[in-house]
Ligand binder design. Structure first.
Ligand SMILES: [Mg+2]
Length: 294
């Protein structure tokens, strides 16, 4: 695709980014029905499975979200014992008809394929939801890896976080530190895209460049605000003008991307190789980032 060559507003005086971290829901796509259904299912779960008074769930949902990052994190922090798989099945993949709610986004695919910088999803949702969304959008092989509830919690546990009494999620600064460490980059090497200014602000405080998606108003902790990721070619043309090109190949197994620049080799990315089990141990004993099947 043709893109402008003028540097965007983030190019001035900043080192070239090594990694793009991109949130999933309401950032990679926007479908208000998905958020509405998930919110309703969360409240149903609280009533049906946790016995919380129906009159209190709306208030508690908001309070927990604001205080702990997600309602789930708030519930766990307040002593509720929750089967995480059951929770995610109930509020996400068991409740969402992805084929109806979402549509493939080939134009965003073109944009992401034009950015020769490793791209990772960072979502508070679970693996199955992330994979269903990415598959439906046609974007799953645009990313070098995914950070989601399960592998973030595993990563947290391996670094001493008490996952039996707490959930590590955005906007807790620790999640950004662990993800950057896992990717072998500094937080100042990362550009982070999210629809939540709050999520961005805590990463920004650690030195990360931040882009608010879905809102064109700058706020503290936000370096740039864009309506959608489709605006990247005009808002951040420097991202699409990297020297190495990503070439898309059609093979008998489907489309794959091949990075022809050496950027991926410049730092250790402890990811599992394609085709390996979703989560596996690296040779050094670290936790592998899940690589989506393409
Ligand atoms: Mg989001």
């Amino acid at each position: 695709m043709t893109v402008g060559s003028a540097p965007g507003p983030l190019a001035k005086g900043r080192p070239a980014p090594k990694v793009l971290l991109i949130d999933l829901d309401d950032t990679l796509y926007r479908a208000h029905q998905v958020a509405d259904i998930v919110r309703q299912r969360i409240q149903e779960y609280m009533v049906q499975k946790l016995g919380i008074c129906k009159d209190e769930v709306a208030t508690k949902t908001t309070e927990f979200y604001l205080a702990y990052g997600t309602t789930l994190a708030g519930l766990v922090a307040n002593g509720y014992h929750i089967d995480y798989d059951d929770w995610h099945e109930f509020v996400h993949q068991g409740a969402l008809d992805y084929d109806t709610l979402l549509q493939p986004d080939p134009s965003l695919r073109d944009i992401l394929c034009s950015i020769d910088i490793p791209k990772y999803i960072l979502t508070n949702a679970n693996r199955m939801h992330a994979e269903c969304v990415l598959a439906r959008l046609g974007l799953i092989d645009c990313f070098q890896g995914l950070f989601y509830f399960e592998n973030v919690m595993e990563l947290a546990a391996s670094h001493g976080f008490d996952v039996s009494h707490g959930v590590l999620c955005k906007p807790n600064p620790r999640i950004y530190q662990l993800v950057a460490e896992q990717l072998g980059v500094g937080l100042s090497d990362v550009i982070f895209f999210d629809d939540s200014a709050r999520n961005l602000a805590s990463a920004h405080a650690l030195g990360t460049t931040t882009v608010l998606v879905g809102n064109d108003k700058l706020s503290p902790g936000v370096d740039l605000a864009i309506p959608t990721l489709h605006d990247l070619p005009t808002a951040m043309p420097e991202l699409l003008d990297q020297p190495g090109l990503v070439h898309e190949h059609h093979t008998s197994h489907g489309r794959t991307h091949e990075h022809h620049s050496a950027s991926l080799a410049l730092f250790a990315v402890p990811v599992a190789v394609a085709g390996a089990p979703a989560e596996s141990r690296t040779s050094s004993g670290g936790i592998a980032v899940h690589v989506p099947a393409s």
